[in-house]
Write a protein that binds this ligand. Sequence first.
Ligand code: GLU
Length: 451
Amino acid sequence: MLDNKKVDRKKLAQQEVQVTSNQFNISEIVTKERLIEENPFEMAKKQIDIVADEMGLDENLKKFLKRVERSLIVSIPIKMDDGKLEIFEGYRVHHSTIRGPGKGGIRFASNVYLDEVKALATWMTWKCSLLNLPLGGAKGGIRVDPRKLSKNELERLTRRYTSEIINIIGPNIDIPAPDVNTNSQIMAWIMDTYSMNKGRAIPGVVTGKPIEIGGSVGRETATGMGLLYVLEAMCEKLDLDLKSQRVVIQGFGNVGGTIADLLYKEGCKVLAISDITGGIFDSEGLNIGKILKWTRNGNYLIDYEEERYELITNDDLLEIECDILIPAALENQITEANAKKINCKIVLEGANGPTTPNADKILFERGIHVVPDILANAGGVCVSYFEYVQDIHAYFWDLSRINKELKMIMLKAFEEVYNLSKSKNINLRTAAYIIAVSRIVKAIELRGIFP
Ligand code: GLU
């Protein structure tokens, strides 16, 4: 039975990849509504419209906020181990550097494309602004399935990509970091390539580096810790006892895996988790400690057979009845199509852009609290900021200082967002956007438009 399901799921996963990579067939005519539901940058622009209306922003500012400052598309030719040449496409986008250097991760994924990176860069602007960090918003990506590359190929890809974008990154320009399918080793190669080109060690060019070369303690778990602090605060507001909540998590990478671990240790029942191969479910709760040992050795959930957990798809997972749903994978997961079937009290957005504006509306009307990405998952960039500050000062903090300052910044932002949402009777996302966008608007007004 288990094996049959496994075959089907593997087939399904392949089909899903095909569908997503063909999603934006340019010959297809799509409606604006569908674009907003499916194209992250259209969605990001719609979110700007919503907050602009709420704030009464003028058309000029709206226009300004909806464009990115610059997008660089590069080709990355790589000599593969078998002697063949492969060309990959890479991107780096700056949405805004008005409040400081660009900041944001780099993702390696087979279906990443320019509009997605533009959206992710835009969300980084709001995220940094919401936490009041002196940083702007940027993002990068390479269209590649890193699972198909050897370690040497991955290193060559990373180094060539770094060389291609070298003129628009740097400690005072734009500071990349890890994101989907990238890690501290990849950041080390970026730091080395940049430093070799400049003729001296420049650790401040990226964050999320290994600790031995200027990384920060606590960066690896930072997004998960931030999610936990915000969730604790949210539960307190709703008078919920965190320990007795049932949790469902989509995504089991750095973000999903860390928050699963933290909540499991907290005593919560984690009913379901998933990765790119699909999910596993048990109404009695999963043994997260054991599963993490499996996945941290480079294995996928589909092959986990130690316990006979029920296999489910990523779509089914979202509709499981629970108290806290944590989408911690990719964009556009909770849409108009499934928002009515979401069955929880709190959606805590570990991923960037998992909920579309139409879904937001439905969830708000249904009384489901959505803690938005730019607040919920901001712990990662917050500790990235600490890493950047430590690199500049060449003076390093200990873990207790990192977590204390992280908690302070996260809770301050949470209180501001929560109070504004209550006083204006708006959802948490719109409240977070009002705070974040207001700071950017103020900066635009003060700096003016050049020339
Ligand atoms: N990729 C993470 C994010 O989406 C972290 C970015 C950073 O640390 O710069 O927030």
